[in-house]
Ligand binder design. Structure first.
Ligand code: NAD
Length: 475
């Protein structure tokens, strides 16, 4: 049991001013694995005060100093590798291999990338008739979701440190422990007291408190669209800058010349990795009409390659969903899908032998119409939908027929077709075949998938204000 009821405020682990706590449930066992504090507005105020107090010096720290902090954090992160992997498996339900190969490197990648990006970053630029100065934006409030405990926190924290912005982080209360390990790592890296603060608690108290706090200048939020909307409304009262990383319903466009097995593998890994709880997951598979029969046969036959089960057991690809609520939500979408489309595999209920734990059956729907609920809404579970298209223009139109625009995937060979689709999908990140992720590639959404970009140099820019100085004497 992890009973970690302290917050990290002004360089110290401190008791909450309140006594309420939140239980953290292991989704594979349905048992309480630990307890955190349900922080109060007073706790948040203390953290914001600490951040505000250090702002004048932290925002003027040198680039070299920030690079050193980021590198020390990356070293500290590597030293806690085993613990981070274990904790993410227990709090999120990610199989150990996924915690090790997806979650662990994602967090590390952001700290290393921010240090790399800073090396070439100019905080002052001569632009001919004016000089551009990039200043820290002020105090930032960071609100993160549960589905990528280290990735989401790390990208925000790394960019903020690179920009000299002190932060208050509120991690998701379903998965707080990886973020608390991050806090310990950051503490050991020697940042000045107040530069990094972590306050645990509910969205309604701490999250809401962050978005309406008059002394917070910028809110970087990752989570659902509904909460994003509230954050924008709250932030508007004090004219806060708000960055939102929201949901998606991303297309996978399978080209005529694609290898069917590769296409099926891409489609399945998109819904099976992290149990489909991935904002950028490709969950609408668009295949040429002529490929329908072969693709459907291939994807169903490939399902056993992604075994579902106990995340601590070797060889498991997909663990449980994060919570009972999430399980219920996914079930209700599968029920809707059964009425709207043809069920090719899976369905409602739990997989055989996995009655304890929030496990869902990997589910594939075909003959889905564009206006079906399961075609339009983010399900956030191991559920995919198959559509057919007649020609590439129709595929692009279908790919873009969504309120979202976070990501897009292309499987196939023809370079002209790939370029045509990649440049016409209205989304912030496109992945072609098995291309590797570049941590300097901006991440964020078009349309209702969000506002702003994270990762690398674009991520750092979010935490900066620009000032144009006209007539600056040269030094
Ligand atoms: P959520 O919106 O319920 O919660 C996200 C965070 O907001 C949590 O820390 C929560 O406590 C907090 N929160 C809740 N109510 C709040 C309020 N009124 N004011 C301020 N904060 C509040 O989302 P979730 O269920 O944790 O995560 C799933 C969603 O996140 C999905 O829609 C997914 O697509 C999205 N997501 C997006 C990205 C991205 O980068 N675009 C990445 C991961 C997840």
């Amino acid at each position: 049991m992890r009973n970690q009821t302290k917050h990290f405020i002004n360089g110290e682990w401190v008791e909450s001013t309140g006594s309420d706590t939140i239980d953290v449930i292991n989704p594979a066992t349905e048992e309480v694995m630990g307890t955190i504090s349900s922080g109060t507005e007073e706790d948040l105020d203390k953290a914001v005060k600490a951040a505000r107090a250090v702002f004048p010096t932290f925002s003027k720290s040198s680039k070299e100093q920030r690079i050193e902090w980021l590198q020390k954090i990356a070293e500290g992160y590597k030293a806690r590798k085993e613990e981070l992997i274990e904790v993410m498996t227990d709090e999120l339900g990610a199989p150990l291999s996924v915690s090790e190969e997806v979650h662990y490197p994602a967090g590390l990648g952001h700290f290393k990338q921010a240090a790399r990006s800073l090396k070439d970053f100019s905080f002052i630029e001569d632009r001919g008739r004016h000089t551009l100065i990039k200043d820290s934006i002020g105090v930032s409030g960071l609100i993160t979701p549960w589905n990528f405990p280290t990735n989401q926190a790390a990208t925000k924290i790394a960019s903020a440190i690179a920009a000299g912005s002190p932060v208050v982080l509120k991690p998701a209360s379903k998965t707080p422990f990886a973020a608390m390990i991050l806090a310990e790592i950051i503490d050991e890296a020697g940042l000045p007291a107040g530069a990094f603060n972590l306050v645990n608690g509910t969205g309604s108290v701490i999250g809401n408190g962050i978005s309406s706090h008059p002394d917070i200048d910028f809110v970087s939020f990752t989570g659902s669209g509904g909460v994003g909307e509230k954050i924008m409304q709250n932030g508007a009262e004090t004219i806060k800058k708000v960055a939102l990383e929201l949901g998606g319903k991303s297309p996978i466009v399978v080209l005529e010349d694609a290898d069917v097995k590769e296409a099926a593998k891409t489609a399945l890994s998109n819904i099976m990795t992290n149990t489909g709880q991935v904002c950028s997951a490709g969950t609408r598979v668009l295949i040429p009409q002529s490929m329908k029969e072969e693709f459907e046969k291939t994807i169903v036959a490939m399902l056993p390659d992604f075994p579902v089960g106990d995340p601590r057991k070797e060889g498991i690809a997909t663990g449980p969903l994060v919570s009972e609520d999430q399980w219920e939500t996914v079930q209700s979408y599968i029920e809707k899908g059964e009425k709207e489309a043809t069920l090719l595999a899976g369905g409602t209920g739990k997989p055989e032998g996995l009655e304890k734990g929030y496990y869902a059956r990997p589910t594939i729907f075909t003959d889905v119409s564009q206006d079906a609920v399961i075609a339009q809404e983010e399900i956030f579970g191991p559920v995919t939908t198959i559509f057919t298209y007649e020609d590439l223009d129709q595929a692009i139109e279908m790919a873009n027929d969504t309120i979202y625009g976070l990501a897009g995937y292309i499987v196939g060979k023809d370079p002209d077709a790939i370029r045509h689709v990649a440049t016409n999908i209205r989304a912030g990140r496109i992945k072609i075949n098995d291309a590797k992720t570049d941590f300097n590639g901006p991440f964020g959404g078009y349309k209702q998938s969000g506002i702003g970009r994270e990762w690398g140099d674009f991520g750092i820019e979010e935490y900066l204000e620009v000032k144009s100085v006209h007539g600056l004497p040269s030094s």
